[in-house]
Design a protein around this ligand. Structure first.
Ligand code: FAD
Ligand code: PYC
Length: 415
């Protein structure tokens, strides 16, 4: 099915009935050339690019639940590339460029909206950190500007820029090409395009154990039976350490809950994304009208998909500081996801000591924006059995050599 204007018109005439399935569900075959474990954004993107760019056939994505119910569905969809260090800004900028053509590439509207992302500064240290990152971004050819509170007020009229507020805003950085996308559409778009290229998407199929022979991946034990492969890609966020444990690989990942909540729908009032690390909250408005709000991680380790009340209470207070006009808005839903964080807040995209086993994890609080870029460079790494140039700095060896890339400051969310 092509989602072109003509087909949309035709289906509209039949009251949108009889739309075909967006992707095909398959039974598990006995073997595949490449198995991708995890049907989140990154797993589906990896499978799509393996098939579309690297000419790999006979691929399966195994998902323990239903595709797109993990973090890809639980995140707040901010897409930007303004990281501090060359290595990370390069991979995030590669991703942002792919976002810019993604709907066309997938033949599915992922509703990518380049509505700009503002990061606020409330003290001198914030200003220095934003200026440093702004200069680094400009040197790497990434769009970024520093603006004054007066300029900010013109662009975001309801923001409280009063000098007498508790944490006055001293300035901001803005990336105008940044924005948001629709998370479900990203999942379904990749599933649709991968499925069209023959990728088998197998839901309700939990991978329980990896079997090796002579230090090579040979087979997987799953809840739907055994399946053979000699190339296995793990893209399972919070599930990575448990699966890697089955082949005695220990990973520097710790999992935390990260919460978000949305309000009742409002008429259009906020046409951009505002982030503040100092008062500790960020906010945007969806196309439906809901305000989408989040803050930092819950500090304890855990896999809970709810989170602690005091974190969102603090978060709501921060948003009311920034936007007193939202103080009477009712909140509709709250949830959490499980974010997998490395010591340097950068991902792991790596071959491993087991031949044929590749790991993509540790995107922590910031992986949604990386979905296309991560999928592309990981697919290249798997297809060539050699790290893609942009993936090289994110090899597991950095935790041994000490070549870490500290992005805690640009992560957008405190950890
Ligand atoms: P997931 O969707 O979690 O995919 C992993 C999949 O693996 C899951 O579907 C899971 O069921 C499956 N799986 C696990 N174990 C197994 C197994 N044994 N067998 C088979 N399948 C298995 N990032 C941003 O860039 N911008 C944001 O604004 C942003 N906001 C966030 C807000 C919140 C509240 C949260 C929780 C995260 C946020 N993130 C954000 C981070 C982002 O969501 C993640 O980094 C990203 O979604 C992770 O990649 P994924 O989509 O592939 O993960
Ligand atoms: O990485 O920009 C980000 C982000 C915002 C909220 C969660 N992550």
């Amino acid at each position: 099915m092509n989602y072109n204007i003509w087909n949309l018109f035709k289906k509209g005439l039949s009251e949108n009935s009889r739309w075909p399935a967006i992707w095909n569900n398959h039974e598990l075959n006995k073997s595949y050339d490449v198995i991708v474990v995890g049907g989140g954004g990154h797993g589906l993107a990896t499978a799509y690019y393996l098939a579309s760019r690297y000419n790999v056939k006979n691929i399966a994505v195994l998902e323990k639940s239903i595709i797109g119910l993990g973090n890809v569905a639980r995140n707040t969809t901010i897409v930007r590339s303004n990281y501090l260090w060359d290595e990370s800004s390069a991979i995030y900028e590669h991703s942002l460029k792919l976002w810019e053509g993604l709907s066309k590439d997938l033949g599915y509207n992922v509703m990518f909206s380049q509505r700009a992302v503002y990061s606020l500064a409330h003290n001198l240290q914030d200003i220095r950190a934003l200026e440093r990152r702004n200069n680094a971004n400009l040197l790497n050819g990434i769009d970024s500007e520093i603006i004054t509170p007066e300029q900010l007020k013109k662009q975001v009229p309801y923001l409280n820029t009063s000098k007498s507020s508790r944490y006055p805003i001293l300035g901001a950085s803005v990336q105008k090409r940044a924005g948001v996308a629709r998370h479900d559409a990203v999942t379904w778009g990749y599933a649709h395009a991968a499925s069209k290229l023959g990728v088998h998407i197998i839901q309700n199929c939990e991978v329980q154990q990896i079997i090796t022979q002579n230090n090579r991946v040979t087979k997987l034990i799953t809840s739907k039976g055994d399946v053979k492969t000699d190339k296995l890609a793990l893209v399972v966020t919070g599930g990575t350490t448990q699966l890697a444990d089955t082949v005695n690989i220990r990973l520097p990942l710790s999992c935390h809950p990260l919460q978000a909540f949305v309000s009742e729908p409002l008429k259009p009032i906020l046409d951009t994304v505002i982030m503040s690390n100092a008062v500790h909250g960020y906010i945007s408005q969806t196309n439906k009208g809901d305000l989408v709000i989040g803050a930092g991680i819950d500090s304890y380790n855990g896999f809970s998909q709810r989170g602690s009340p005091h974190v969102i209470e603090h978060n709501a207070r921060a948003i009311v500081e920034l936007f007193p006009v939202f103080s009477r808005v009712r909140m509709n839903r709250q949830w959490a996801g499980t974010v997998d964080i490395t010591p340097d807040a950068c991902p792991i995209i790596s071959k491993t000591k087991v031949s044929g086993l590749y790991i993509n994890a540790g995107w922590g609080t910031g992986g949604f924006k990386a979905t296309p870029g991560s999928g592309d460079v990981f697919a290249a790494t798997i297809a060539n059995d050699h790290p893609h140039e942009l993936a090289k700095p994110f090899d597991l060896s950095r935790f041994v050599t000490g070549h870490k890339i500290d992005e805690h400051g640009a992560a957008g969310v405190a950890h």
